[in-house]
Design a protein around this ligand. Structure first.
Ligand code: PMP
Length: 359
């Protein structure tokens, strides 16, 4: 099905405000945004307009009861000007998984993909070509009922906007393994990419940052004994014998980068084990000298090493500088995304002229 997307373009592009040599994450947005509305049980009113403020009622239910979900993905442009997306359907699947958990409507694939492709082609000049930089894309959905009362909204808005970025972190991380606070617990909404999870992580993260850490490394809500993830990324631990990553459950986000790295490493013959990873065994590995490397993975974070973790006020150093598996992975992922190496996993969507009717 070809989607009818009403398009109103900017009179003058804002692209001169963007310096590709000096990108600050999340500060500069492209010229246009996509929106559509869910009303009377169907998605409608597909439109691309100049990026700008949206007019909302103070009673908007997303603001009060938190039905708000989002995704994070990236478009990359190689030196030949070819634009690629990395596993976009996985983002859609996760958006729809989040939607189900939050009682929100499913978004069909044709809306997601056609909106994305058309918006990206219109704003393609904003996609940086420097290796490691990209256009971060933020699809999101929120409840728009003007109604006071706790119940699933009947109306929703889905939008997409983008901003040129480099990696979220510019240096290896110092993380504090959480002993007291909980980001998400069993049976909760941790596996949904919903706005409230990020609000829940802010206070403990603020405390950790006041103590000189970059991030909290969350542990399970019951015992604070098993590693989960950071506020924005999944975690990998590398020992002499294997690569470990916490197994998925309903309190952590199933990262698309996490899954890709597991597949990539297994294809290279590495022993990747998804299991409960306890803080006790992590400390034992570190103390016996068996801990080789630790890194976090995510669309925004890409692959970022952990150089130190702390637990119960004790600090543990981790190699973040020599013979890093993370460097190998970043390079392989970048080569795949920029079509330098063949797409043997079938992960890459090359952006083509969309088959759409424009009004
Ligand atoms: N965990 C959390 C809490 C996140 O916000 C993210 C970023 N989406 C991730 C993990 C990594 O997910 P992905 O690799 O799909 O970006």
């Amino acid at each position: 099905m070809s989607l009818k997307i009403t398009t109103k373009l900017v009179e003058e592009s804002n692209i001169s405000s963007f310096d590709p040599e000096n990108i600050v994450f999340g500060r500069v947005f492209t010229d246009h945004m996509f929106s559509c509305d869910f009303r009377n049980n169907e998605w409608q009113d597909f439109r691309i307009e100049p990026f700008g403020k949206i007019h909302l009622s103070p009673t908007l239910s997303a603001l009060h009861y938190g039905q708000a979900i989002f995704e994070g993905m990236k478009a990359v442009k190689n030196t030949d000007g070819v634009i690629t997306l990395f596993r976009p359907i996985e983002n859609l699947k996760r958006l729809n998984h989040s939607a189900e958990r939050m009682c929100m409507p499913e978004l069909p694939e044709e809306i997601f993909m056609q909106a994305l492709e058309k918006l990206l082609l219109i704003d393609k000049d904003w996609i940086p070509t420097k290796r490691g930089s990209s256009l971060y894309i933020r699809p999101f959905m929120f409840a728009t009922d003007d109604f006071l009362g706790v119940k699933p909204s009947e109306n929703y808005c889905f939008m997409i906007y983008g901003c040129p970025v480099n990696s979220y972190y510019s240096h290896p991380l110092k993380v504090r393994i959480e002993e007291k606070y909980t980001r998400a617990s069993k049976g909760g909404v941790g596996a949904a990419k919903c706005a409230g999870n990020y609000a829940a992580s802010m206070y403990p993260t603020k405390l950790a940052q006041q103590q000189g850490f970059d991030q909290v490394l969350w542990t399970d809500g019951e015992h604070h004994q098993y590693l989960e993830e950071t506020g924005t990324s999944n975690v990998f631990v590398i020992t002499e014998d294997a690569v470990y990553t916490p197994q998925l459950n309903d309190s952590l986000l199933a990262g698309i980068t996490r899954d890709s790295i597991i597949q990539l490493l297994r294809s290279k013959g590495k022993n990747v084990i998804e299991k409960l990873v306890s803080v006790t065994e992590l400390i034992q590995w570190q103390e016996k000298g068996e801990l080789k490397e630790m890194f976090v993975t995510g669309t925004a974070a890409t692959v970022t090493n952990i150089e130190m973790f702390s637990y119960l006020d004790k600090k543990y150093e981790v190699n973040a500088h020599e013979n890093l598996l993370s460097t190998e992975i970043i390079n392989e992922l970048n080569d795949l995304k920029t079509l330098i190496t063949p797409d043997k996993f079938d992960w890459i969507t090359i952006l083509q002229e969309p088959k759409m009717v424009t009004q």
